[in-house]
Design a protein around this ligand. Structure first.
Ligand SMILES: Cc1cc2nc3c(=O)[nH]c(=O)nc-3n(C[C@H](O)[C@H](O)[C@H](O)COP(=O)(O)OP(=O)(O)OC[C@H]3O[C@@H](n4cnc5c(N)ncnc54)[C@H](O)[C@@H]3O)c2cc1C
Length: 625
C-alpha cells in the first residue's frame, strides 16, 4: 500500500509558511476571551483551557455537548438563549483565536492536513484507487471543521432536502421548511472591498440578520471574466446567479463564510464575542471525550468520560442530556466505544454492548475529488493567481501584511472562485444517484491557482477546474478495531466501489466536461496546457482507460463525509437516531452533526451542519421547556 502523496506534499508546503501569529483584531479577541476566563464569579461563562479553571466556576450542567464544532457550537448557542439551561461544551482541540491558518481564509490550504488543527486521519487503502491511503482531514480546534474548511457556502438543492424528508418520514426536512432555518443562520454581509454583490448572488434568498456571515470574495480575479463569458456562450455551462436558491444547476460565484476578510466559523459566530459571555455557556478546550457511560445502569447515557492532554481522566454527568456532535468520523467511534453499535462486533473487541445498533458507523458517504490543473499565462503578476503566495516568501508576506491591516487582498478570501453544479446528460443510470433531475451529478471546483492539496510547482501560474462527484453512489464505513478509544478509527469512504460503476461513469463525464469548459473560446490564449499530476497528464481526447488511470492515481476526498449515525423514522428498526436526533434504544443522548444525514447532499456540507444544529436545538428546547 502506498500512502497518498497529498499529505507528504503538503507537509513540505507547510514549511514555507511562517508560524501563526496574532493579528491586531485577533489579539483583541484573545484579550476579551482571557478577560472572561479570569473574571470568574459564581457564574461567569468562558472558554477554559483546564478542568481546574472550569471547576472553579461551575461543576454541574444541564447539557453536555461533545464537540465544539459546526453543529455543536450552533446547539450550544441556541440552548444558552434559555437562561434556565446551563451548557458545557467539551472540545478536544484548542483555541481558534490568534491562529493564522485558521483565521486567514486563503491559508485554509495549509490548515490541514498534518497540523494541530486536524485530527490527521488517513483512510484505509482505497481498493479502487491503487490501494492508496488518503489523507482525511477533520477539524481539531474550536469551531471544528468550520474552522479549517474552504468556506464554500452551499445549501444543496431543494430535491436533496426533500429526499431527506421522504427518507426519514419527517416533513420538517423539506426544503420549504428549512429555508427559514438557512436564513436564520445567514448574515449576508458586503465583501471586504465593499463592492456591489448584486450581480453575484440573489440577496432575496438569503438571511441578513443571522449569526454566520456569508459574502463573496473581496476582489476580482483574472479568470472571472473568462468564466462568465463561457457561461454566456456555451449552453452546457449556464450561469446561475444563486446556487443556494433551491435550484442549483449551472455555474456561479462562490459564496463564502467570510466576514470582512476573516473566516466566519462556528467559533467566531455561534461561539463568538457576542455570545461567549453568557453566564450559562461554558467551553472546555483540550478535553478529549473517550466514552459516554450509562449513568444509572439503565440505558440512560448522560455521563461523559474524557481526558486532558496529560491523560488524566474525568467524568461529568449532564443533568438533562448529552449531545454528541463529534462529527462523522468521531461520533460513531465514540458510540461504539460506549457499547452502542453492532453488539457482536463490539463483544469481539472486548467492549460490553449496551445497545445493538448495527448501523453505527455504516452508510458513510463522501464526495470524491479529482484535481485537474492547467498552466496559464497569468498577466497580473504577482497576484493574478494564488500561486506566487505559496511559491515566494516575499509575495506571501506582502499579501499577509495587507490582510493583517485590513482583511483585504487574496489572503482574505477562499481559494474557490466559482462553483459549477452539473449533470451527466446521457441518462444512462438505472437508478439516478442524484436526488432529482435538478440536482447535480458532479461539481466544478474552480480556483485561480493550483489546487492539488500539495505545494504548487516552484514556478508558473495555474488554474484548476477540479471535479467532484456531487451525488456519489458508493458507500463506506467508519469502524473500530480495538477497545482503546484513543486508537484511530478505520475510515473507509469506499470511493468508486458501487457495484454498478456509477461513480466511474460520473467521473469520466465530469472530466470531459471540465476539458470542454477549459477548451471553450474565452480561455483561448489564457490556458496553455494541462498540467501533470502524479506523473500523468490528461488530454482533452483522453480515453476511458486514461481517465481511469488518472483517477486511480489522483482522486482524494473533498472532506464531506456524512451518514455514520444515520437518521431513520422512530418506527424503523434501522438507523441510529430517530427524527428528533435521540439515539435509538437509549435515553438522555442525541447525535447532532452531519453523521445523521441519510444521503449526502450535492453540496459542501457546512450549511447542512448548521441547519442540523439549528433544527435539533428547537427540538431539544421543545422537549425540555
Ligand atoms: C479541510 C476541509 C475543507 C472543507 N471545505 C468545506 C467548504 O468549503 N464548504 C463546506 O460547506 N464544507 C466544507 N467542509 C465540510 C464541513 O466543514 C463539514 O462537513 C462540517 O463542518 C461538519 O460539521 P460537524 O458539526 O458535523 O463536525 P465538525 O465541525 O468536524 O465538529 C466536530 C467537533 O468535535 C470535536 N471532537 C471530535 N471528537 C471529539 C472527542 N473525542 N472529544 C471532544 N471533541 C471531539 C472536533 O474536534 C470538532 O471540533 C470541509 C471540511 C474540511 C475538513
Amino acid at each position: 500500500m502506498t500512502r497518498s502523496r497529498t499529505c507528504a506534499g503538503l507537509g513540505a508546503w507547510l514549511h514555507y509558511i511562517r508560524p501563526p501569529r496574532l493579528r491586531l483584531g485577533a489579539a483583541m479577541r484573545l484579550f476579551t476571551s482571557a478577560f472572561f476566563a479570569l473574571s470568574v464569579g459564581t457564574a461567569s461563562a468562558a472558554v477554559y483551557d483546564t478542568v481546574a479553571a472550569l471547576e472553579a466556576v461551575a461543576t454541574s450542567f444541564d447539557f453536555i455537548i461533545i464537540g465544539g464544532g459546526t453543529a455543536g457550537s450552533a446547539v450550544a448557542n441556541r440552548l444558552t438563549e434559555e437562561k434556565s439551561f446551563s451548557v458545557l461544551v467539551l472540545e478536544a482541540g484548542g483555541t481558534n483565536i490568534g491562529q493564522l491558518y485558521v483565521e486567514a481564509p486563503l491559508l485554509c490550504l495549509v490548515a490541514t492536513p498534518d497540523t494541530i488543527y486536524d485530527w490527521n486521519y488517513t483512510t484505509v487503502g482505497q481498493t479502487q484507487l491503487n490501494n492508496r491511503e488518503l489523507s482525511y482531514p477533520r477539524g481539531h480546534v474550536l469551531g471544528g471543521s468550520s474552522s479549517v474548511n474552504y468556506m464554500g457556502w452551499t445549501r444543496g438543492s431543494s430535491e436533496d432536502w426533500d429526499r431527506f424528508a421522504a427518507t426519514v418520514g419527517d416533513n420538517g426536512w423539506q426544503w420549504d421548511n428549512l429555508v427559514p432555518y438557512f436564513k436564520k443562520i445567514e448574515d449576508l454581509t458586503p465583501p471586504v472591498d465593499g463592492h456591489d454583490m448584486s450581480g453575484q448572488l440573489n440577496a432575496s434568498v438569503h438571511g441578513t440578520a443571522g449569526i454566520n456571515s456569508i459574502s463573496v470574495a473581496g476582489f476580482a480575479t483574472e479568470i472571472d471574466p473568462l468564466i462568465l463569458s463561457t457561461t454566456q456562450t456555451v449552453a452546457e455551462f449556464p450561469f446561475n446567479l444563486d446556487m443556494n436558491s433551491g435550484y442549483q444547476l449551472g455555474i456561479g460565484w462562490a459564496q463564502q463564510s467570510i466576514l470582512k476578510g476573516d473566516r466566519s466559523s462556528a467559533a467566531t459566530s455561534y461561539l463568538g464575542s457576542t455570545y461567549i459571555s453568557r453566564p450559562n455557556l461554558n467551553v472546555l478546550l483540550n478535553a478529549r471525550v473517550t466514552r459516554i457511560l450509562p449513568t444509572k445502569g439503565n440505558g440512560h447515557f448522560t455521563t461523559v468520560q474524557f481526558q486532558d492532554p496529560s491523560g488524566k481522566v474525568y467524568t461529568f454527568t449532564a443533568k438533562t442530556e448529552v449531545i454528541l456532535s463529534a462529527g462523522t468520523v468521531n461520533t460513531p467511534s465514540i458510540l461504539m466505544h460506549s457499547g452502542i453499535g453492532d453488539a457482536a462486533k463490539l463483544t469481539a473487541l472486548g467492549i460490553e454492548p449496551h445497545v445493538d445498533l448495527p448501523d453505527v458507523g455504516q452508510h458513510l458517504a463522501d464526495h470524491p475529488f479529482l484535481p485537474l490543473s492547467w498552466v496559464v499565462s497569468s498577466e497580473n503578476q504577482p497576484y493574478g493567481t494564488t500561486d506566487p503566495i505559496f511559491q515566494n516568501a516575499t509575495f506571501r508576506n506582502i499579501a499577509i501584511g495587507e490582510w493583517e491591516q485590513s482583511g483585504a487582498g487574496r489572503i482574505g478570501a477562499s481559494p474557490i472562485a466559482f462553483l459549477g453544479w452539473l449533470r451527466d446528460k446521457t441518462d444512462k443510470f438505472k437508478v439516478d444517484p442524484a436526488a432529482g433531475p435538478n440536482t447535480a451529478h458532479f461539481e466544478f471546483f474552480i480556483t485561480n491557482g493550483y489546487l492539488n492539496f500539495a505545494a504548487p510547482p516552484a514556478n508558473g501560474s495555474y488554474m484548476d477546474v477540479a471535479v467532484v462527484i456531487a451525488s456519489p453512489a458508493s458507500r463506506g464505513s467508519v469502524t473500530i478495531n480495538s477497545n482503546n478509544p484513543l486508537d484511530a478509527p478505520l475510515i473507509d469512504p469506499g470511493f468508486f466501489t458501487d457495484s454498478a460503476g456509477v461513480d466511474w461513469d460520473l467521473v469520466r463525464a465530469a472530466v470531459r466536461a471540465s476539458y470542454t469548459f477549459v477548451g471553450s473560446p474565452p480561455f483561448a490564449g489564457y490556458v496553455i496546457q494541462p498540467f501533470a499530476s502524479n506523473g500523468i497528464t490528461l488530454y482533452a481526447n483522453a480515453t476511458d482507460a486514461e481517465i481511469d488511470a488518472y483517477v486511480k492515481a489522483n482522486a482524494a476526498t473533498i472532506f464531506h463525509p456524512v451518514g455514520t449515525a444515520v437518521m431513520a423514522s422512530e418506527h424503523s428498526s434501522k438507523g441510529v437516531v430517530n427524527t428528533d436526533f435521540t439515539v435509538k434504544g437509549v435515553s438522555g443522548l442525541r447525535v447532532v452533526d452531519v453523521s445523521v444525514m441519510p444521503y449526502i447532499p450535492a453540496a459542501h456540507t457546512q450549511a447542512s451542519a448548521y441547519v442540523i444544529g439549528e433544527r435539533a436545538s428547537d427540538m431539544i428546547k421543545a422537549a425540555h421547556l
